[in-house]
Write a protein that binds this ligand. Structure first.
Ligand code: HEC
Ligand code: HEC
Length: 306
């Protein structure tokens, strides 16, 4: 395969390369013809520096010249055997793609039995295995850390995976489903339906659910609005619904923030956190199912630690 945009360029490059190498050869040859006869002194050049520093015109030592020629021969041999000269593929037929594919094959053959072994065990068992933990950690750092953080404690909008608080559930099967297929949290924008005053009232009711500082009068006005507009997803007591990924509003864990302003923003504009399915991210990489298994086990293990 060639990346050249036009047939002219490979020829252009090849000609310059070959002319340079041959030119260097000719230059070396023509500039090193003089040899000293036995007993002959090297020619003294005319200039003198720093009062007494003189310059002799000695021929280059033979071993030194030999090195020069050796590099020229090496470069020609290299260009003959490996790709490097324009479009010419080289006599050995080496390509970086082939080398990569060979490496992948070797790695697959090496890891296949390891992966197969873990596939036979359930997630809780795999989670307790230190080797599986190390592989899971590498996979996590490659595919998940950009969103959930390298320590998996998350960030605003990206859930902490090390606590016991789950949007969708923390049992092995649910975790595996979340990781494999992804999730999409759908919190509708209710600002218009509730109006600014209504939004403030419900927000204060939500603050009261987790015992945060709130305006009691606003909160009691919000209670009924919560029952009408929110309970379907967050449950009447605000404890959330895993099937919808609707967060528990009565605890101290917040996905988007527990201040009045953040809660008002959640209610007024809605939220739509998207967790991409790792099955798709992993695509056609080898041992995909085993990797999903190990990822689920790694996350399960993290959440079991504390
Ligand atoms: C592009 C960012 C992104 C990447 C990459 C990502 N996640 Fe997520 N993940 C999210 C978001 C956002 C949510 C919350 C979804 C929601 O709000 O409903 C989430 C939710 C989750 C949940 C559910 C948490 C709960 O409380 O139920 C788990 C488990 C999870 N991710 C694990 C992973 C794993 C494992 C990987 C790597 C394979 C990963 N995530 C990669 C953004 C990401
Ligand atoms: C259709 C279901 C649904 C309805 C109705 C709904 N919510 Fe939500 N809510 C969700 C989901 C799902 C999320 C999580 C969004 C995400 O993962 O990005 C959420 C998130 C939130 C959050 C952010 C929580 C956090 O941890 O930061 C607040 C606050 C909230 N909802 C309050 C309300 C209030 C108040 C109402 C009623 C006025 C309401 N919701 C109505 C489904 C709903």
């Amino acid at each position: 395969m060639s990346d050249f945009t036009h047939g002219f360029w490979p020829i252009y490059i090849s000609v310059i390369t070959l002319v340079s190498i041959i030119g260097t050869w000719v230059f070396l040859k023509t500039q090193t013809t003089r040899k000293l006869a036995p007993g002959e002194k090297a020619e003294l050049m005319e200039h003198t520096w720093d009062e007494d520093l003189q310059d002799l015109n000695n021929p280059l030592p033979r071993w030194w010249l030999g090195l020069f020629y050796a590099t020229l021969i090496f470069s020609l041999a290299y260009l003959a055997l490996w790709p490097g000269l324009g479009n010419f593929a080289g006599l050995l037929g080496w390509t970086s793609l082939q080398e990569y594919q060979q490496e992948v094959k070797t790695a697959e053959a090496r890891f296949q039995p390891v992966y197969a072994g873990f596939m036979k065990q359930d997630i809780a068992t795999v989670a307790a295995n230190p080797e599986a933990h190390a592989i899971g950690r590498n996979l996590y750092l490659t595919y998940c850390s950009q969103c959930h953080g390298s320590d998996a404690t998350g960030a605003r909008g990206f859930p902490n995976l090390t606590d016991h608080d789950w949007l969708y559930g923390g049992d092995p099967d649910t975790l595996k489903a979340t990781i494999t297929d992804g999730r999409s949290g759908m919190m509708p924008a209710l600002g218009e339906a509730l109006g600014p005053q209504g939004t403030k009232e419900v927000a204060n009711y939500v603050l009261s659910l987790s015992g945060r500082k709130h305006d009691a009068r606003l909160a009691s006005a919000g209670r009924q609005k919560f029952a009408e507009n929110c309970a379907a997803c967050h449950m009447p007591d605000g404890s959330g619904m895993a099937a919808m990924g609707a967060p528990n509003l009565t605890d101290k864990v917040w996905l988007y923030g527990g201040s009045e302003a953040s809660i008002i923003e959640s209610i007024a504009k809605g939220r739509n956190g998207v967790m991409p399915g790792a099955a798709q991210t992993l695509g056609t990489t080898s041992n995909r199912d085993a990797k999903l298994h190990l990822l689920a086990a790694y996350i399960y293990g993290l959440s079991q630690q504390k």
